[in-house]
Unconditional design. Structure first.
Length: 259
């Protein structure tokens, strides 16, 4: 975030880069940003206004939005900002792998992991070693070279499944990487996602922080806009959520006060 200057600034303007292409990178949409599928829980918490917690299985709510018509949304939001996500790893919950979009009264659904792998192949995504070369200028020729990026046990599984190291799917290998310090994802997905978000921010002439444009906000307007957080949006737009932690992406604790 700091290296690519992606954080919202405390003051001043950022600068539009006319040479940055704000289009979506194929590897971003087809592989790297799909790491979040590994974070999804099978059971989601619902927290009622009185603090009572219930839950529902994801597989039961595909094509079933009707509870939201009856005030379920606030309970789901409370659950989402309180419940921890899964760790990012090479696995998905069974609700995503065996019950995706499962029709009512049908015992089985689809497999999101298989979809993601096949999508990468349909989109012509190159083998994982090509992205190690692109991001880190490292030429990969032997399977054992991957041990610095992922556990040896995981590398051996890939080695037993793929005839060539150059066939290794980017989505699968990216999920298997060691996470960077303080991060959920490894270096290759970080590289791809970082480039994409840099381009989206600096290649967008209408990014709200950019200055020296006809439409640019004044410093006073930017000062007010920068006060807005997701916590404020939730409190302002929900029916009966009166307070949440300041950073709703982190669990409530002494460090993260209620907002």
């Amino acid at each position: 975030m700091k290296y690519l200057k992606l954080n919202v600034q405390y003051k001043g303007y950022s600068k539009y880069d006319p040479y940055a292409n704000a289009g979506i990178i194929n590897e971003f949409s087809s592989a790297a940003f799909r790491f979040g599928h590994s974070l999804v829980n099978s059971v989601f918490a619902e927290i009622l206004p009185n603090g009572k917690t219930t839950g529902y299985r994801l597989r039961e709510f595909f094509f079933n939005p009707f509870g939201f018509y009856e005030g379920q949304l606030d309970a789901v939001i409370r659950g989402l900002i309180s419940q921890a996500a899964q760790n990012r790893d090479p696995f998905m919950t069974t609700d995503m792998k065996n019950h995706l979009y499962r029709p009512k009264d049908n015992p089985w659904g689809l497999d999101l992991a298989a979809f993601n792998i096949q999508r990468g192949r349909d989109h012509g995504i190159r083998g994982y070693p090509d992205y190690l070369k692109f991001c880190f200028d490292e030429k990969i020729e032997y399977w054992e070279q991957l041990d610095q990026y992922m556990p040896t046990s995981q590398r051996k599984k890939f080695q037993s499944l793929y005839k060539s190291i150059y066939d290794l799917d980017l989505f699968s290998a990216g999920l298997a990487e060691y996470p960077l310090p303080g991060a959920a994802i490894g270096p290759t997905f970080t590289c791809i996602i970082g480039i994409q978000f840099y381009n989206l921010k600096y290649g967008d002439r209408f990014w709200f922080e950019h200055g020296y444009q006809v439409h640019s906000f004044t410093p006073a307007q930017l000062h007010e806009i920068r006060k807005i957080t997701l916590a404020k949006l939730i409190c302002a737009n929900s029916d009966d959520i009166q307070y949440v932690q300041k950073n709703v992406f982190r669990g409530e604790s002494e460090r993260y006060e209620k907002y």
